[in-house]
Ligand binder design. Structure first.
Ligand SMILES: [Zn+2]
Length: 397
């Protein structure tokens, strides 16, 4: 395998021919669909030889690029309706490409192609608009997603982005910050058709080391509702957290550390899982219990959301699924963090009482000095796991 191509190799003179080929290809494809929109995205993976040869291509890709399907052309999508991707807003091409494994497929094709398999992969992204950042209410930033994909992959590939302009709602500085962190070099097309190297950066050769994991933070937070020692409680709580986390990540296409998008997806899914798995105790059911279940649910949700914010990434159980010990995860694919079949609904493990807690107010559990807000907050609550359902009842004291 060829060693990494150094950044100094990618001069504007060297890059201009291939970027121009990419731009023309993207514009032609876009115009076939709709010539009233601006944005188009084209992704390909090439070797340094191919970049060199592009000046002799006569302005368009050689046939084998189409034949071997080495190009991915993407448009933004309105009304995509996809859960987890902010259905009410546009789905951008970068996110589509990353979360549907299109770049992954390009990469494995590159590595299996006789002509390129020993070459260092150079991922080229041409986007009319610079990969977005901080667009109000979009719920994700394409530049952050690209960073998350590229970060720490210097030995595997390098990513170069070219663009024509910046969308008015994009925070250009943030876009550059994300790309810089990912070691992504950026080139902007100038009015004379040449490209300026607007972001020159040496890729980092390692990914950030994190010490806090989401699951451990969630465990600490949820444990705050316990006031007395209870055998197996730690084990059951741990298993519960592992179970819910597994439900949310085993089919996820997210990778690496948290991004705005993957955090939103995880929060949304955990909320759904809590609604499914935190229930009322049928024996004790009453209006009052309903309130305490709602309360427990919202407290756990608060714990989860807070844990996502303070931890930056997921962990992998260090020993087994009921030991509250997670090692920060270097595994880049979320769906490979837990070894299948993962934590299952297991009656032996989950039918025992998990905690007898005195639930005060939500705030007081996090900051001890605040006073309970209402009578139910000051009640004595008992919480059980039964058939994988957390059951709670409270009595007034
Ligand atoms: Zn975007």
């Amino acid at each position: 395998m060829q060693s990494p191509v150094p950044v100094k190799h990618f001069t504007p003179e060297e890059m201009t021919p291939i970027f121009e080929v990419m731009r023309r290809y993207g514009e032609d494809e876009r115009n076939k669909v709709n010539n009233k929109i601006n944005q188009h995205l084209l992704i390909t993976i090439v070797s340094d030889d191919e970049i060199d040869q592009a000046k002799n291509w006569g302005g368009s890709f050689p046939n084998q690029f189409n034949k071997e399907q080495r190009l991915r052309f993407l448009l933004n999508e309105r009304d995509h309706g996809q859960k987890g991707f902010n259905p009410g807003r546009e789905l951008h091409g970068e996110v589509k490409a990353l979360y549907s494994d299109q770049i992954k497929t390009l990469m494995s094709d590159f590595k299996n192609n006789q002509k390129t398999k020993y070459k260092y992969p150079i991922v080229l992204v041409y986007s009319h608009y610079i990969p977005c950042a901080g667009v109000p209410k979009l719920g994700y930033s394409c530049s952050e997603e690209l960073m998350n994909y590229a970060k720490g992959n210097i030995t595997n590939f390098i990513m170069l982005v070219a663009y024509s302009t910046t969308f008015k709602n994009t925070d250009e500085k943030r876009s550059f910050d994300f790309m810089r962190k990912g070691g992504i070099n950026a080139f902007m097309r100038m009015p004379n058709g040449s490209y300026a190297h607007t972001l020159k950066v040496n890729p980092p050769n390692s990914i950030d080391v994190i010490t806090r994991t989401f699951q451990r933070e969630a465990y600490v937070c949820i444990s705050k509702c316990f006031t007395s020692y209870q055998k197996d409680r730690a084990a059951i709580t741990t298993y519960f957290i592992n179970y819910l986390t597994y439900q949310c990540i085993s089919k996820s296409k997210a990778t690496g550390l948290f991004t705005e998008l993957s955090k939103n997806q995880l929060k949304e899914c955990l909320k759904k899982e809590l609604d499914k798995n935190v229930g009322d105790d049928s024996v004790q059911s009453s209006k009052k219990n309903k309130k305490s279940v709602q309360y427990t649910n919202s407290y756990f949700q608060l714990c989860f959301n807070r844990s996502i914010e303070v931890s930056r990434g997921l962990g992998r159980p260090r020993s087994n699924l009921d030991e509250p010990d997670w090692e920060p995860c270097q595994n880049r694919n979320w769906n490979k963090i837990y070894t299948p079949p993962g934590p299952r609904r297991n009656k032996d493990k989950l039918s025992k009482m998990v905690c007898e807690n005195r639930v005060e107010s939500k705030e007081s559990l996090l900051e001890k000095n605040k006073k309970p807000r209402n009578k139910w907050d000051a009640g004595q609550c008992f919480t059980f796991f039964h058939d994988m359902t957390l059951k709670v009842y409270c009595k007034k004291i």
